[in-house]
Design a protein around this ligand. Structure first.
Ligand SMILES: Nc1ncnc2c1ncn2[C@@H]1O[C@H](COP(=O)(O)OP(=O)(O)O)[C@@H](O)[C@H]1O
Ligand SMILES: Cc1ncc(COP(=O)(O)O)c(N)n1
Length: 276
């Protein structure tokens, strides 16, 4: 007798709206692999194609707005998106488009403006569009301290920048690498809710030069946790733990001539050498 098979549970669908990185460390590559590592199905809307490696960005080819719009329509008209995240958007028109389509949903905005290598991936008009259109309708925004200062047009402590950005209407995590601790032993992220207190969230620092794609991985993991229904503090803690574990896995790698990729792998398949 053939028994009726129970239908497997559908994975949550997570959407990445980001640029590609030909070196496979940041952007779409980091987002989709993080979604997969955390058990989600990843959809991706590509906003720009970058020629990039571990040492820097050689070329940026923006995807036309109407193509970004068509990709967004294709995903949103077909798939039950539980949460989304944005990375490099590259053009103010694309920032406005994303605000119109994804505003008010479980949306994590990683305002990518400058790459780790120093390349500008979003100019002043993009920063203005984030402030005017996207941050007021996002669930949470995850700039590093430099990006937070560019968005606000002024310097400040990470705590102060987090509080000021949250006044725009969304929760904010100002992320900090190991440079936030003079001893380099811990990293502190600053979490601010609109109108609420700012909390310092510290975790151990990983001593590594392989951190290209870290911010993308963190914000993608944060979107997965929010898609699961976690509250923001739990989601931030889970995303940080995932990121730290990934940085540990790649810390001994020697890939590329520059800042190597953060690990996107889970349990690597090891070569056993067969029966020898
Ligand atoms: N060397 C590190 N060890 C542990 N955590 C890190 C390290 N570098 C970054 N992080 C964490 O990774 C997340 C993303 O931060 P960050 O590196 O500031 O992003 P970005 O790539 O946008 O600059 C944060 O939670 C931050 O604390
Ligand atoms: C396409 C793309 N998106 C995002 C980043 C930022 O990542 P990082 O800060 O690690 O350079 C990047 N370099 N390229």
């Amino acid at each position: 007798m053939i028994r009726a098979q129970r239908r497997p549970v559908d994975p949550p669908v997570l959407l990445s709206v980001a640029g590609t990185d030909s070196g496979g460390a940041a952007g779409t590559a980091a987002d989709l692999t993080t979604f997969a590592a955390l058990g989600a199905h990843g959809a991706c809307v590509v906003t720009a194609v970058t020629a990039q490696d571990t040492t820097g960005v050689r070329d940026v080819h923006p995807v036309p707005r109407r193509s970004v719009e068509a990709q967004l329509d294709a995903v949103l008209e077909d798939l039950p998106v539980a949460a989304s995240k944005t990375g490099m958007l590259g053009h103010p028109g694309v920032v406005e488009l994303v605000a119109a389509r994804l505003g008010g949903t479980r949306l994590v905005v990683d305002p990518v403006l400058v790459a780790t290598s120093g390349a500008v991936l979003g100019d002043a008009s993009v920063a203005r569009a984030y402030v005017e259109h996207l941050l007021p309708v996002a669930a949470v925004c995850t700039p590093n301290a430099d990006e937070a200062a560019v968005l606000l047009g002024r310097e400040g402590t990470p705590r102060d920048l987090a509080a000021a950005l949250s006044d725009l209407g969304c929760a904010v995590v100002v992320t900090g690498g190991p440079g936030t601790d003079p001893a380099g032993a811990s990293c502190t992220d600053w979490l601010a809710h609109p109108g609420g207190p700012v909390r310092a969230l510290a975790h151990p620092a990983v001593d590594t030069g392989n951190d290209h794609g870290t911010g993308c991985t963190f914000s993608a993991a944060l979107a997965v946790a929010l898609g699961h229904g976690d509250d923001l503090e739990t989601a931030v803690a889970r995303a940080a733990a995932h990121t730290v574990a990934a940085l540990h896995r790649s810390s001994g790698w020697r890939l590329g001539r520059g800042r190597g990729p953060i690990a996107h792998t889970h349990d690597p398949i090891r070569t056993t050498g067969g029966d020898r």
